[in-house]
Every structure is written in C-alpha cells, then in structure tokens.
Write a protein that binds this ligand. Structure first.
Ligand code: ADP
Length: 485
C-alpha cells in the first residue's frame, strides 16, 4: 500500500540552512521540512532569491512571472536543494546584491528592507491564492517579521488558508514609516491599533501577530516570557490580546549533522572519554596551554542579547581556577575589540577568533568541557543543544529555551543523576561568576563530571518531540478551515 500524499504547506522565511544562514532561524527552517514530512506534511519553502541562493540552484523551473510585484519585476522559481523543496522569489532589483540577507557590505541595514520582505510576503500571498499551477497550500507557515505582512496580503487577495506565525526573536519588529503604505501596497484600513500600526510606524511583525491564525514561538518558557513587559519588547500587550493563540514549541537540532560519532569535522567519539583527542587539538588550534581546569567555549553572534559583556566581567572566576576560554563570534565591533583585548591580556588562557566558521564550531563543541550561553534573553538557543550532544556541559542563563533544555546540577539533580549542565540567573555578573566557580568544582571530580557529560550526551535534542506538536497544530488549523469552508 502506498503512503498517503503529503498535505501541502507553504513556509516563508528569509533564511534557510544550508543555503543562507545568519542564525538559528536558518537551522530551524532548514530542518522542519524533513521533520514534518515524517508527520504527513509536505513543506515547500519560499525564500528570497539572494545572489548566493540563485548560484546554488541547479536547473530551476519558472513557475510564475510577475512583471510588477510591488513595483519590481519578479519571477517565481522552483528547485530542489539538499532535500528541500524550494520556491525562490527571483527579483534582482531587491535581492541580487553583495552582503548579508539584511545588511550591506558596510554592515548597515539595506535601506529598502521593508520593500524586500514585503515583496516576499506578497509573493507568499499570491502563491496561497493559487499562483502556482497545480499546487496550493492548505496552510501557510510564516517565520519572523520578514514574513509578517503575508496575512494582510492574503486577506486582500481572498486567500483563506490558515496561517501560523513563528516568532524566533521578538527583538526584530520590521518597522518602517507610515509614508511607505502605498509603496508596500498596504491598505490604509490596516494602519490601526488592531492592525499593523505601531506607535505611528508600520510593523511587519505586528501585522503577523494580529493577522495570523495562530502564533508559536520556539520554546515554552519564551512563550510565557513574551507576555511580560520585560521580554515582550513593546509587543507583550499585543501578544496578551492573542491569549491562547500563542504556544511554545521547542526547537530541535539536526542530529545527523550534529552527531559526534560520525561528524567528519572532528575525531569521532561516543563517550566523554573519547573527547580527549579533540580537546588536545582544540587547545593547540587556539594556542591554549595544557591546563588543570575546564576548557569552556562560546560560539555566538556578538550582540547585547548574548550577555558576552557580562561574561567578560565574570571571566576571572573561570581563569582563577585554571579554566580557559575559546570564543568564536562576530558582530558588534565594540564587543569584538573587548574580547580581542581580553585574549591579548591573557595569552594561553583566553583565545578569540572573530569570524563565522561552521567547521570550527564543530571542533569547539567536540573539544570543550563546557559551552557558555550567558544570554540576557534567548528564545530557544541552539548552541547549548550542540553542547549537550557533544558532551560540552551547557552553562546557561535560566531564560527562554535555555531554561527548557538544561537540567541544573543542583544537589537534587546530582543525587538522582539527571543533571545535564549549570543554569544561572540571567543578566547578573555575580550569578555567572557563581556558575563558573561551580563548573570548576564539578570538573575537578573527573568521574562525576563524566557522569554529567554522559547525561548530556543522552539528552534528546532532535525533532522527535516537537515535530508532532507542529503537525498537530497544522492539522487543527487546516481541518477547522476545511470544516467551515
Ligand atoms: P541566534 O539565532 O540568536 O544567533 P542560536 O543559538 O539560536 O542563536 O543559533 C545560532 C546558530 O549560529 C548556531 O547554529 C551556531 O552554531 C551558529 N553560529 C553563531 N555564531 C557562529 C560563528 N561565529 N561561527 C559558526 N557558527 C556560528
């Protein structure tokens, strides 16, 4: 008997691994199609045709021609890449550029980001309304502000499918001026408190928050936090009005790519003891001395969110007890310089690489005793999950998805041998110092530390638990629409 056909879903995002990635959003958008296919849902992912995305396509097919998509000529292409079923918005005037998805080569936001991602959202609505011959989604899954305007355009075009908006980070609102209403093809009637107006501006994220049928975010704790003024970044009121429409579904990681037993970037291992060769190589690669203390790593964007200024202040608590730190990251120039300064001041103890290097990040998790994630807020976080999988104990701020993925090594958890890491209060240097001191203390008892590492390596971090939750949400929304149609 053949399997029933997959139910069609359109996903809309500005990044998708392995094609284009600036952060965890790309990993999640890239992983969901395979995870949901196993649950009966066939996701096609709509992405902007950035220069490097177009370069990666082999024999794309043209599905639609739009001579005037919000004022620019565009085509819709279809292609398969790395097992992903992609729809690409080829609009050279918007996307054929050097630089990152959001920034020009000098590091500034592209001045027309509002139009670039409005066009992406408009294309999603056109597809929902039937622009692709022979294929129409039952449901549209939107990711972050870049897809937030889609429900507005869908309503205008009469596309009645339900939509889910997943919030990966509420810090980014997609704001632009009221004077852009006409350029973005948005109805004046939507520029209200209940629509996409935000303190006199247009907010693409708010359009999604008010217009999508359901909202999700990437961890249960972040879902609760988003309803509070401390974490809602000015949108907590809007989220509270949506009430039960918001749920938290924890991200998973790709456990094939991130598998210490088979990872081609490292010396493979299956037990904590098997990490030793990787630790030696990592120390050598970063110019760190042999040491009688834990080797901790950080792999991160350097931004205020990540709390790496707090870590700089707390660092003596680690180095005093013989611990070492290797950091890989890039972003905020001030933080880059501060960290380069710390490395210069403590050669052999603290080492820093400024840049983005996927293979090096694998070697770091493989060699490290601990991975530090001292974020002020963290919707889900992926690096602590790579740490778990590679036996690098996560030392994390107790916030968002970090709180949902790490079991703190307190006396109770140690007594029943279920601890997988260390958690500390977010935003506090003394709390971080305390956590680093605890790491050193735990590390000194080698057999006990290896028990923690074994717990960490066993902790489930794939999509097994979360994919069925997305599938159930899709089914609830799509079946309801079918019933009422
Ligand atoms: P965010 O999306 O806020 O940046 P996440 O922890 O959710 O944080 O995801 C970050 C992703 O980017 C992870 O896959 C991490 O390994 C990767 N990453 C971040 N900075 C670097 C870097 N400098 N080099 C390699 N990988 C990086």
């Amino acid at each position: 008997m053949s399997a029933p056909p997959l139910r069609p879903v359109l996903a809309v995002a500005s990044e998708c691994a392995p094609l284009v990635k600036t952060g965890g959003l790309a990993d999640v958008v890239g992983a969901l199609p395979a995870a949901l296919a196993a649950q009966g849902w066939g996701i096609r992912t709509l992405l902007p045709g950035y220069r490097r995305v177009l370069a990666a396509l082999k024999r794309p097919r043209v599905l639609a021609d739009w001579p005037d998509l919000l004022g620019v000529p565009a085509r819709l292409l279809a292609a398969q890449v790395a097992g992903l079923d992609l729809l690409i918005l080829d609009a050279p005037a918007l996307f054929d550029r050097e630089g990152s998805p959001y920034l020009d080569p000098a590091g500034n936001d592209w001045p027309d980001n509002d139009l670039r991602f409005a066009a992406l959202s408009r294309a999603a609505a056109l597809i929902a309304a039937g622009a692709v011959p022979g294929w129409q989604p039952e449901l549209v899954h939107l990711h972050d502000w870049q897809a937030g305007l889609a429900p507005v355009y869908m309503a205008e075009l009469g596309a009645r499918q339900p939509s889910v908006l997943t919030i990966h980070n509420i810090a980014f609102h997609g704001l632009t001026g009221e004077h852009r209403l006409a350029v973005l093809g948005l109805p004046e009637a939507g520029f209200t408190l209940d629509g996409f107006e935000y303190y006199g501006h247009i907010s693409a994220l708010k359009a999604g928050l008010t217009g999508a049928s359901a909202l999700t975010t990437v961890s249960p704790t972040y879902a609760q936090e988003l309803t509070t003024p401390d974490f809602g970044m000015g949108l907590d009121g809007v989220i509270r009005t949506r009430g039960a429409a918001l749920g938290g579904i924890l991200n998973g990681i790709d456990t094939e790519v991130w598998n210490p037993a088979t990872d081609p970037a490292i010396r493979p291992f299956t037990t904590p003891g098997g990490k030793a060769a990787n630790t030696r190589l990592l120390r050598a690669e970063f110019g760190l001395k042999p040491a009688e203390g834990p080797l901790a790593v950080v792999v991160s964007r350097l931004s205020d969110q990540k709390g790496l200024d707090l870590l700089l202040a707390a660092l003596p608590a680690l180095t005093r007890c013989g611990g070492q730190l290797a950091l890989l990251g890039s972003g905020d120039r001030r933080l880059e310089n501060a960290w380069l300064g710390a490395a210069a001041a403590q050669p052999g103890q603290v080492a820093v690489r400024i840049g983005y290097d996927e293979a090096l990040s694998h070697r770091m998790y493989a060699g490290a005793d601990a991975v530090l994630v001292p974020s002020r807020f963290e919707p889900c976080g992926l690096t602590q999950m790579y740490g778990l999988r590679y036996g690098a104990l996560p030392v994390v701020a107790q916030t968002g998805g970090l709180a949902d993925t790490v079991i703190h090594a307190n006396a109770a958890a140690l007594a029943v041998n279920c601890a997988t890491g260390i958690t500390h209060a977010p935003g506090s240097v003394p709390a971080l110092e305390h956590a680093l001191t605890l790491l050193c203390d735990l590390w000194r008892d080698r057999p006990a530390f290896q028990r923690l590492q074994r717990n960490a390596m066993k902790h489930p971090v794939g999509w097994e638990a979360s994919a069925p939750l997305y599938a159930a949400l899709y089914a609830r929304l799509a079946d309801k629409t079918t019933e009422t149609a």
